[in-house]
Design a protein around this ligand. Structure first.
Ligand code: FE2
Length: 175
């Protein structure tokens, strides 16, 4: 039995606030990709799906003259750092196991190289999964952040993914 479900996370107003800013459809797609990759590689599907869901919750919208500015974003962005911190705070508040909360936060921290001085860090398999899951859903010019999904459909797909994780945990009690 997991301490916190994806639905618990999804229902929280902090999640709604930040994921609707960075793109709920993208968050869901990355969560599904991360689940599938973790399943293939016998990694923890619960940690992977949660990190995938929350990986972009640190985004800030960089506007200049009332318009989104991608150049400004690329220059100033630290969303991986903010996201790791926000996700950790939210998960602990919801009652997540602290070891899992740390693993999720670190996977979010390292899901991109954008804030690092070099791109030669060595990631754990789980951190690699979240990075790859994000890249699978990326569109040119950051367009993946703008794909829309309505609330009910998003909620249904979260419930479906929760069931898939529960099934996976029953089959592999060690994960
Ligand atoms: Fe992303």
């Amino acid at each position: 039995m997991r301490d916190v479900s994806l639905l618990d996370i999804f229902n929280h107003h902090i999640t709604q606030k930040y994921l609707n800013r960075s793109g709920m459809a993208h968050a869901l797609a990355v969560s599904y990709h991360a689940f599938n990759l973790a399943k293939e590689q016998s990694e923890d599907t619960d940690i992977a799906a949660k990190a995938g869901l929350l990986h972009d919750m640190g985004h800030f919208t960089w506007y200049r003259n009332g318009k989104w500015d991608y150049e400004l974003y690329k220059q100033n962005d630290i969303h991986a750092i903010k996201g790791a911190e926000r996700a950790h705070k939210l998960l602990i508040r919801l009652g997540e196991n602290p070891i899992k909360a740390k693993a999720i936060a670190l996977a979010i921290l390292f899901h991109t190289d954008s804030f690092l001085p070099t791109n030669d860090i060595i990631r754990t398999p789980l951190q690699q999964i979240v990075k790859l899951a994000d890249e699978k859903d990326e569109e040119a010019g950051g367009m993946h952040h703008y794909r829309k999904i309505d609330f009910e459909r998003a909620r249904d797909s979260i419930i479906r993914l929760d069931n898939m994780i529960d099934e996976q945990c029953e089959n592999n009690p060690a994960t």
